[in-house]
Structures are given as structure tokens and as C-alpha cells.
Design a protein around this ligand. Structure first.
Ligand SMILES: [Zn+2]
Length: 140
């Protein structure tokens, strides 16, 4: 840790044609969910076609940002170098008020204080000039 140039860099999520709208929105501090224009179901993560019926080209609808903790785990090495350096790396699954689940992280709360079902709200964490992650925190 004394040699910052030795630290691994964080792997970044790829921006793909079917996820570009999502990343544009998070850049603006907005959480959008894809909703199928054929079967009207919400789904996550964004995919090239609907997870329920296969139709392409969803519409995008704003999520409230309110969620509850569905489950979580602490990832231990072997992991990619960046995550190994920060292990144990907490990963959570939240259930959004709209009924879809997201894999994310909770910020500003140690895992010892995670409780299944606890209320959370979306927040945003810039990774670089193009990518802003959706993270979750305690409300208020
Ligand atoms: Zn569909």
C-alpha cells in the first residue's frame, strides 16, 4: 500500500449498445430500467433483448431508487487483482421497489451492519468520465 503505482486498477464495466442508455442516465444521477415494449415487463440488467419474451429495443423508465437488501456475500480471493487488494469485497443484491433485482454495493456501511430486508436508496459513484456506478446506501 506504500507504492500507489503498484496497485491494480479497477476493472471497468463495458459500455455496449444495449447498455449505453443506462450509463448515460447514471452519469446524470438517474437510475433507468429497461421495460419491454412488447410484454411490458421490467428487467435488469439491460440486455439486447427482453429477458421475458425476447423482444428488442426496450423503453427506459425511471426507478424510484428505493430498494431493500435481498442478500449479500463477502468475496474472498482468488479474485481479480484490484478486488483481491480490497478483499473481502462485499457484493449485495438489492430488490428495487419496482420488483427487479440489481447486483451492487452498499456504501458507507460496514457489512457487519447489513440486514436482509433493510431499506436502501440508490446513489451514484463515478468510476471514470463515462461510467457511474449505481450503489446503495441507507436512506436519509
Ligand atoms: Zn418482453
Amino acid at each position: 500500500m506504500d507504492h500507489p503505482d503498484m496497485l491494480a486498477t479497477r476493472p471497468l464495466p463495458a459500455i455496449e449498445p444495449h447498455t449505453a442508455r443506462f450509463w448515460q442516465a447514471t452519469r446524470q444521477r438517474q437510475l433507468l430500467l429497461p421495460r419491454c415494449t412488447a410484454c411490458r415487463e421490467l428487467y435488469f440488467p439491460p440486455e439486447a433483448s427482453c429477458l421475458h419474451c425476447g423482444a428488442p429495443e426496450p423503453e427506459w423508465v425511471p426507478a424510484s431508487g428505493r430498494a431493500t437488501l435481498y442478500t449479500w456475500t463477502l468475496c474472498q480471493p482468488p479474485l481479480l487483482p484490484y478486488f483481491a487488494e480490497h478483499a473481502p469485497w462485499p457484493v449485495v443484491a438489492v430488490e428495487l421497489e419496482e420488483g427487479v433485482r440489481m447486483v451492487a454495493q452498499i456504501v458507507d456501511l460496514p457489512p457487519e451492519e447489513y440486514e436482509i430486508g433493510m431499506p436502501l436508496v440508490a446513489d451514484f459513484q463515478d468510476l471514470d468520465d463515462e461510467r457511474t456506478l449505481v450503489v446503495f446506501r441507507r436512506p436519509g
